[in-house]
Design a protein around this ligand. Structure first.
Ligand SMILES: [Fe+2]
Ligand SMILES: [Fe+2]
Length: 170
């Protein structure tokens, strides 16, 4: 199993965590209705688990892609450009999700449900693109040995970034 297989496995886990967040929210609600405190607590816990996993996943993925890109000719790496620029907006999404889970009684069930659905749609689009376009392109363009080498360099780069420690293994 190489790093791409691990990242694909991470997508499965992320989808499971997104579904767990959605299941915390009531299916029916009134516009100005607020989440009950115990529902809000469950939502925050599920969302915190998702954000931790998402942040770690995208950080590792981005480091790997930066290293993999170095092993490719510029004309070969164009399939990675969209994913890499996406990662910046995914970071923003993580911050907004953190903000959402920090909200208290000012958040309505409607606003939380709306934000969660929009963000999850966006995250799914990103993962689908990686699965259908970026990762297959990487496998076609560079050898397994180069993928393994890029994976090692990415792990080393993450190890050197103090704030990244503890994320890679999740
Ligand atoms: Fe990604
Ligand atoms: Fe990914």
């Amino acid at each position: 199993m190489d790093i791409i297989d691990c990242l694909l496995r991470g997508h499965k886990e992320l989808r499971r965590l997104m579904s767990a967040v959605e299941k915390c929210l009531p299916a029916q609600y009134l516009d100005a209705e607020q989440l009950r405190p115990e529902t809000m607590e469950k939502f925050k816990q599920a969302e915190n688990r998702l954000i931790a996993k998402l942040t770690a996943h995208e950080k590792l993925e981005q480091c790997f892609l930066v290293e993999a890109e170095k092993a490719m000719k510029p004309e070969e790496s164009s399939c990675l450009a969209a994913v890499m620029s996406d990662h910046e907006s995914i970071n923003d999404i993580s911050s907004i999700l953190s903000y959402l889970s920090g909200l208290g009684s000012e958040a309505t069930a409607y606003s939380i449900r709306f934000a969660v659905s929009s963000f999850f749609y966006r995250i799914n689009q990103h993962m689908n693109y990686e699965e259908k376009v970026a990762f297959p392109c990487l496998r076609r363009m560079i050898s397994p040995a180069r993928i393994a080498a890029a994976s090692k360099r990415a792990a080393a780069a993450l190890e050197q970034a103090p704030q990244a420690k503890g994320h890679v293994a999740t």
